[in-house]
Design a protein around this ligand. Structure first.
Ligand SMILES: [Zn+2]
Length: 535
């Protein structure tokens, strides 16, 4: 099974998921990182020719969501419909192309969750016991006394914990200790980056505890959640149901054909706060249900906003929709991905965004396109010339193009997305340098240098074509605009493999277009003033 997956070819499937979000408030920039990163990788796999399936969605069955509706004095179904729209709008604005949008209130998802519960029960992994402990309503996690920080949830220091004491169903995680350890030991790529492994191992050292997989229905509240099969007094614990979304999204349990085609998932992309659920609970649930395990869990760090923790309570949030309206989809995606780290946390700052926009997108890339297209217009009436013989500078440029592509591929394999962009950017820089070295504006004035000018203009245009392709996963809309100015169609399925090398496509004529990234005013003075007003 594993081997056949490695075979290169159009039929190779690639199933990628993101975590599903609680629709308790509109999405903010903190949610954006994971979604844009997963989208970039999904786009890359499509360009590689993989049969890619990308799923995202909402985790609606949480008391957390029910509370948000109550606080906002809106009926629950109205609330989740409103949030559903807000999330889908944000992802559309960010150019995220998912294949499946899953909401855990879907009937198909209820069936999948109940099927998982029943399978665990049949396997003898479910038992009833009294649960008592602290429960954080914000992350739906149970904590022991020794896990609390100053009596509060380690992740939500301002939230009051609930003391819960009730009889409910438990899942025997302890049955799977050895199997899980063995799986992790024999699958070195299962947890990415490898630096996250230490945290997972620490759970084993503490000893795996069985976890509660249901909550008693509160008789004073409407039932919210997936009913436990055969027990109307209990609903399935929201994490048990949420994790199952990855199966529901590919047709489990009803659509066997789709399920066979995409399961097991190639990767679940998640934040560092939910490692325990994805690296322990989820694999054990799958083992219990006799289903194959996902190939990889890719864990990203968090982003802070202007150096501070993103928090609704302190008002430190930025809407991705507003950012895209102001800077454009490519600028936001570029900044998030370029600065993104899967090994540590990173910061989102407005000044940083403007700086990268001006220095890299406007100056490096935008100017390159503008110069090349206008020179081809001016010196060759818009026709991209055929090159003459390559010299040392052309061979060097071609080598850089090849290294840029390989470097990006390698970095994407290990979820180093910022590094992948950095690798592509070495070609942007080299192409600019190539123009400076050859000075086509001087060649144009000399009759005996016309063949040389052809070579230089062609090589610069070909560099741009490759750049547009290599940047398509990250800044798809800019990629399309570059290709349009080069007289070519947008990058499509399989193009990375088919057209990703020097000279692999025919260039004909350019068509002048708008400035790709008009410069933005820097805001140093302005923001200092605002800072002063606030304090
Ligand atoms: Zn919490």
């Amino acid at each position: 099974m594993e081997e056949s997956h490695e075979v290169e070819g159009d039929s190779r499937s690639y199933y990628i998921t993101t975590a599903i979000d609680y629709p308790n408030a509109e999405p903010h920039i903190g949610h954006t990182l994971e979604k844009v990163a997963a989208d970039a990788v999904a786009r890359y796999r499509r360009l590689q020719g993989c049969d890619t399936y990308f799923s995202m969605g909402l985790d609606e069955n949480s008391q957390h969501v029910a509370k948000a509706a109550e606080t906002n004095q809106v009926e629950l179904p109205v609330w989740i419909a409103r949030m559903d729209e807000a999330f889908r709008l944000a992802w559309a604005k960010l150019g995220i192309q998912y294949d499946r949008w899953i909401r855990t209130t879907e009937e198909s998802h209820f069936r999948a969750s109940q099927e998982m519960f029943l399978r665990a029960q049949e396997r003898g992994d479910v038992y009833k016991a009294i649960y008592s402990g602290w429960y954080c309503p914000n992350d739906n996690t149970f904590y022991r006394d020794d896990e609390l920080v100053d009596g509060k949830c380690p992740d939500h220091p301002t939230v009051d914990l609930e003391w819960v004491e009730e009889e409910n169903y438990f899942f025997a995680l302890s049955h799977y200790s050895e199997q899980l350890l063995a799986y992790i030991a024999t699958h070195p790529n299962f947890i990415s980056p490898p630096s996250r492994l230490a945290e997972v191992m620490s759970f084993f050292h503490q000893g795996l505890r069985d976890f509660s997989i249901s909550r008693r229905v509160n008789p004073k509240r409407p039932i919210w959640g997936v009913p436990v099969p055969g027990d109307p007094d209990q609903v399935i614990y929201v994490w048990f149901d949420a994790l199952t979304n990855y199966l529901t999204a590919v047709g489990f349990p009803d659509n066997g054909t789709q399920f066979e085609r995409y399961w097991p998932a190639d990767v679940h992309v998640i934040g560092k706060d939910i490692v325990r659920f994805h690296c322990l609970y989820w694999p054990a649930m799958l083992m219990s249900a006799d289903l194959p395990l996902p190939r990889q869990i890719a864990v990203h760090g968090f982003i802070t906003l202007e150096g501070r923790r993103i928090s609704k309570t302190t008002g430190n949030v930025v809407s991705p929709v507003d950012l895209v309206d102001e800077f454009g989809v490519d600028a936001v995606r570029y900044y998030v991905l370029r600065n993104l780290s899967f090994t540590s946390d990173s910061d989102f700052s407005r000044a940083g965004l403007i700086q990268r926009y001006n220095d890299e997108l406007a100056k490096d890339l935008g100017n390159l396109l503008n110069r090349v297209v206008s020179m081809i217009q001016r010196y060759r009436q818009g026709t991209i010339p055929q090159p003459g013989a390559d010299g040392e500078l052309e061979r060097a440029l071609q080598r850089v193009a090849d290294e840029a592509r390989r470097g990006a591929e390698k970095a994407l394999e290990s979820w180093e997305i910022g590094r992948a962009i950095e690798s592509v950017w070495s070609l942007v820089q080299r192409a600019n340098q190539y123009l400076e070295q050859n000075k086509p504006w001087k060649l144009a004035r000399k009759a005996e240098k016309q063949e040389r000018l052809d070579t230089v203009l062609y090589s610069a245009a070909e560099s741009l074509r490759l750049l547009a392709l290599y940047l398509a996963p990250f800044i798809p809309s800019a990629s399309k605009k570059i290709l349009t100015q080069l007289g070519l169609p947008a990058a499509k399925h399989g193009d990375w493999r088919k057209l990703g090398t020097w000279g692999a496509a025919r260039l004909c004529a350019v068509s002048e277009g708008e400035i790709l990234f008009p410069r933005k005013e820097t805001e140093t003075h302005h923001s200092e003033e605002k800072e002063q007003c606030r304090s």
